[in-house]
Design a protein around this ligand. Sequence first.
Ligand code: MTE
Length: 322
Amino acid sequence: MLIKKSLLLTDNDVTPKQAFDNSRAIISASRRQFLAQSSTAMLAAGLAPSTLWAGHKIEDYGTSRFSIKEKPTPYEHVTTYNNFYEFGTGKGDPARRAHLLKTKPWSVTVEGEVAKPGIYDLEDILKRQQLEERIYRLRCVEAWSMVVPWIGFSLAELIKQMQPTSKAKYVEFTTLYDPEQMPGQKSRTLKWPYVEGLRMDEAMNPLTLMATGLYGEEMPNQNGAPLRLIVPWKYGFKSIKSIVKIRFTEQMPKTSWNESAKHEYGFYANVNPAVSHPRWSQRRERVIGARLFTPKRDTELFNGYGEQVAHLYKGMNLQHYF
Ligand code: MTE
């Protein structure tokens, strides 16, 4: 198996604090510029300027050795070109409608094969986690990608605190079900609530992130506030948004997209240019926010994270377990 060169930073590459602060200043300056210039662009996209996200800043977070060294996709694309079917199937629907979602207070139910089941207040969960910024590429199954400066914490740390039993082989995640707040749930595009799952070793991999923000701010609702998963070596649909339940199971959990079209979306959903989707190729991807006529980007096996995750699938036929 050919594993492409890792995109990850080594310890020597970690940006010194001053440079990191400068780069954050650049990000926030370009965001201010965006805020100033955005009204016209938003009107053109059919969004009222009042839908512009005004999130609270997250004050305390570190950097990550897992960040890729690529320029993040502009904020306005990250927050206005979304997949969040609970708010509709159009890319602009989540930004238009996700203000209906109330994200505070928020609790997460932990159940199944675990020593510490319960209903946890998200605020209490966050008190015990170390937040860091991780710049990851999210590669969507629809053959486009974005690079996002996510803020979050390691799922592995949370799992260790919850103490799964020896029977826990998988972790299942569930999104909120509330058609009043999530009007897309009134139509039958998917079987609600949205569910996703990981094998325990995938969930425990240090790359797997529980994200609570992006671009230095609390997560915009359309991106999955207040808590979502980011699994950077898998197609974007595994990165479930607005999580209200985490269940530890012995059996492989059902997942929404697999249930809706088994032949198109597998449980593993690892980014793999050699395995086409039945209706389109996965060899290349459109880079969201790139200039017009920018060539498509070659998709990398495991989205470039082969060094960190290829061992999880040793001996598995990835054509079969797609
Ligand atoms: N989570 C929920 N609950 N509902 C969804 O429709 N869409 C998925 C994933 N998580 C989705 C979801 C898909 S297909 C993708 S590509 C990513 O979210 C998109 O994340 P983004 O909008 O932050 O780019």
